[in-house]
Design a protein around this ligand. Structure first.
Ligand code: C5P
Length: 244
């Protein structure tokens, strides 16, 4: 039987971005950090490297998995992909809001057919893009307006979980109130290196502003003691959790 310290806390908003290129290290770190995180995010790099077999190694930890493959294709292809990926029972699965309302609806309805439907999460405008990139695409919107536009489309398609940068938490909360769940990368604890993240926020700030899930990778993975780093972040959020 698993001891209390072995078990994940399903309501812990901290998700570990498992951006690790060695499968054994990834599996062992996920297992070790399990008591201090709510789940792990598996992205394209991991999935394309290790496939479903590697995924299963992580799933064996019992942690909820956020499968971040950012699907973007015609509705029929995306719904087929969602149906296939749903067999892996991820807790969450990303698609691009830019794929259009019909694509998002198709993804959602494919997810609902699954025995354990993954929560479909919409990725809006990539934070690597800015106004000039939109202009180059022929899109006459600012990044801010584009972000709001894609969020509106996701909501219209019936998707209520959005990925956003920390600086979008407040405008999205103002627009949608409690009707959406927000998943936020770009988080850095006080004093942590920013790496390539440009506009960061501390876990506490982002959580207090209204993020529901915080995706954090390098500040934990590259810490001298990843377990202690995850524990410290998790404990900093504890007082702000509902019911605390
Ligand atoms: O290491 P770090 O905490 O920056 O990891 C953040 C994770 O969130 C990475 O897996 C990264 O790919 C992802 N992500 C991001 N910014 C976005 C979307 C996803 O950092 N806009």
């Amino acid at each position: 039987m698993a001891s209390v310290t072995d078990s994940a806390d399903a309501n812990n908003p901290l998700f570990l971005a498992l951006d690790i290129s060695d499968i054994d290290t990834a599996a062992s770190i996920a297992k070790k950090l399990k008591p201090h995180i709510g789940g792990v995010k598996i992205g394209m790099e991991f999935f394309y490297n290790f496939g479903a077999r590697g995924y299963e190694r992580i799933r064996e930890t019992g942690l909820p998995i956020f499968l971040d493959l950012k699907l973007h294709d015609i509705p029929a292809t995306v719904s087929a992909a969602v149906r296939t990926l749903a067999r892996l029972s991820p807790a969450m699965l990303t698609i691009h809001a830019g794929g259009g309302i019909e694509m998002m609806r198709a993804a959602l309805s494919a997810a609902k057919e699954a025995d354990a439907p993954p929560r479909i999460v919409a990725v809006g405008m990539l934070t690597s893009l800015e106004d000039a990139d939109l202009k180059r695409e022929g899109i006459p919107q600012t990044a801010e307006i584009r972000t709001r536009h894609l969020a509106d489309n996701a909501i219209e398609a019936g998707i209520n979980t959005l990925v956003c940068s920390p600086r979008e938490i407040t405008p999205l909360r103002e627009r949608f109130g409690g009707d959406v769940s927000l998943v936020t990368p770009g988080i850095r604890p006080e004093g942590a290196k920013a790496d390539d993240q440009k506009r960061t926020m501390t876990p506490e700030e982002a959580y207090r502003l209204g993020a529901d899930i915080l995706v954090i990778g390098r500040p934990i993975l590259h810490a001298g003691n990843p377990e202690a780093a995850a524990r410290a972040i998790s404990e900093s959020l504890q007082p702000h959790r509902p019911g605390e």
